[in-house]
Design a protein around this ligand. Sequence first.
Ligand code: ADP
Ligand code: GLC
Length: 474
Amino acid sequence: MRIYHLAAECYPVAKVGGLADVVGALPKYQNKLGMDAAVVLPFYDRKFTREHTFDTVFQASTLMGTRRLYFEVLKERDNILGFELYLIKIPGLLDREEVYMYPDEREQFIAFQIAFLDWISYSQQSPDVIHCHDHHVGLVPFLLNYSKLYTRLANTPTVFTIHNGQYHGVLGWDKVSYLPEIDMSKSGLLDWAGMINPLAAAVKCCWKYTTVSPSYLEELTINSNGLEYLFYLEKEKGSGIINGIDTEVWNPKTDPMIPAKFTPAKQEEGKQKNKQELCERFNLSPDKPLIAFIGRLVLEKGADMLPAAFMRSISEHKDKVNFLVLGAGDVNMELQLTLLKEADPEQYNVFIGYDEALAHIVYAGADFLLMPSRVEPCGLNQLYALRYGTVPVVRSTGGLKDTVIDFGDEGGYGIRFNNVNVDDICHSINRAIALYDNIPHLQLLRKRMMALDFSWDRSAKEYIHLYESLTPII
Ligand code: ADP
Ligand code: GLC
């Protein structure tokens, strides 16, 4: 089966969050299972593209409205990622450093989708499945069916995976002329609440959609930033497949980014060494429990709750706990978290910014990983934490609910709480501190969590079963 994964991010080419981790791993594991999965991304001017060799496999020009776009499709020469990687380059649009946040982001991703479809259409390819990830590529299922340019491909099965249903990529109808030769009698399929809504269009037009956890499939009908009714109507077409993790990249036994490697049997001393290095770097004491947060500093992640929760815990547990934050995002949250450092330099520290290697060291060296998410479609941080023997402290929502069992329940290993408020978070921190004092229990939980299997092997198979259930209409 020839599969094209289409997305805005893919680790290690361009990563902003978990979308990249999934797109960089799932195709590799599908190929191990005998698929022929490839990834198509916009070209970014980043470290990966500068340091690897690419061949031009296609060149053409196309129209986006009245704007002529010259594009080339570049293929990474050595297949070093475990799948074929194609990058679409368009001077001035798809050759930039950052993934998001450009004022013409809508044009950027529309151009990407048109160039992709032109390429597979004119080069006479017939993929078995086109698998689109998130709203940036949400117009593809519509265009395949309702643009006169791509009628040859109209029967191609499409799968759409929702990694984040909060963002829809909406654009005004004034931009409809960007979409090439579409059947305007079908324009209702593009519309939600008077706007062109790529996420809604994808859900309506794809053959099947998936969410990155079963609980999130349910939650979208209650909280999806205005698309609740659509998800209610289209529920039958959806399924929840929990993400896996790339156990080749995230392996404490071999991880080149962590100072001390460790196995489940030797986790005690390995984790302690990593903790020592981490604490030294951040001026914290390795003898206290270390509770960390890693992630985008946005409301979805509950990052706004951290300063008040940490302040209360620090005053309740003077000299008994340490906190460390690694994150970037909302400027005000960055400021609040930075100011907190001045208030308590001994029990708290923060690194504002994005640092992949530091994230690995935090997963390895922390005792607990706090995730007070308001919305968490899957969440990969808790899965990395589990693999590195770090107890996840999570709000019961989405994928966190599906992957973390509270240690108070049979077979459990984590800490769960229900509400995103300071009381619930501090109560969970209290439980974490108490657990840290009970060393045999903590050791038992660490062994238990490190033995869990959240590798892609299982989930990659689930996607393949889904593809196999899609039979093209002849
Ligand atoms: P989301 O995609 O919503 O941000 P996930 O839990 O799926 O959340 O994935 C987040 C990914 O991004 C993880 O690989 C995590 O380690 C990484 N990450 C988030 N923030 C940072 C940061 N500031 N520095 C390094 N890695 C980060
Ligand atoms: C999104 C979600 C996150 C999920 C990731 C990968 O960014 O916010 O929960 O783990 O996508 O699917």
